[in-house]
Design a protein. Sequence first.
Length: 299
Amino acid sequence: MKRFSVVIVLLIINITASAQIASVFNNSRPRSMSQRWELDTLTSSGTFVFTPYKPVYLLPLRWSSHPNGQPQSGNTGEDYINPNNIDLNNLEAKFQLSFKVKIFQGIFWGHGDLWGAYTQKSHWQIYNASLSRPFRETNYEPEFILNFATNWDIFGVKNRMLGIALNHQSNGRDTPLSRSWNRIIVQAGFEVGDFQVYLRPWYRMPDDVDDNPDIQHFIGRGEAIGIYTAGRHIVTFTGSTNFQLNSHLHGYAEASWSYRIDGNLKGYLQVTHGYGETLIDYNNRQTTIGIGISLIEWL
């Protein structure tokens, strides 16, 4: 019980810190891509200021159709055999924290900004008293992003930014449950009316020791993020695919809806389907439904 109380306190501290970040970037109204990424002098906050990156949310209730009690890697060696089958609850809690910091501004002839970013996503078996309510999986995602402002108009669709990121994602666990990959991600951002779209193809960098050699086969080789705003409502869709247009087509889809309650506080509904909601689930197909609150969205 003492450990459980400590975890609750730490979670509250993390959410409070994220709320402070949100206050720097008030989300009580929709933001343009220019404001989000400080693409002109009017929206620039300067360097070494914490600003939001990916969504920040807390889902006290998150249900899964297929909890992954015995994760297995695509590796066939004896070191990667997981003999344990843990009796996981279908219901758990999930939360995500994310922020970015501009390190250099106006580099490469005054057009580029270098950002450092960090995202952490955790799944907590808080309702599983028989297992002492463990954190089932936490993914850590630091990255560096070199971003350039653009202003191209193609048939009414505005290309506002182009960038490239060096991205690392891992779960910090030992073999056979270790999962990680390094990617070079190219991103392009577009705006049209109340819609924003990010296209993010990536190249997976080779690893000397590969804990998940087939991860691209399941999660995919790129993703698209679409955001629509209407008054207090924000609807977001994220989809990834391996681009195999046959029976081996795999990927991941996530849809969310938020409704602003007051200031930065929003009610939040999230539905996912496919592979890779977390790294440990990269080859486990499931459908999840979560409900809770969000403080920060993609815009």
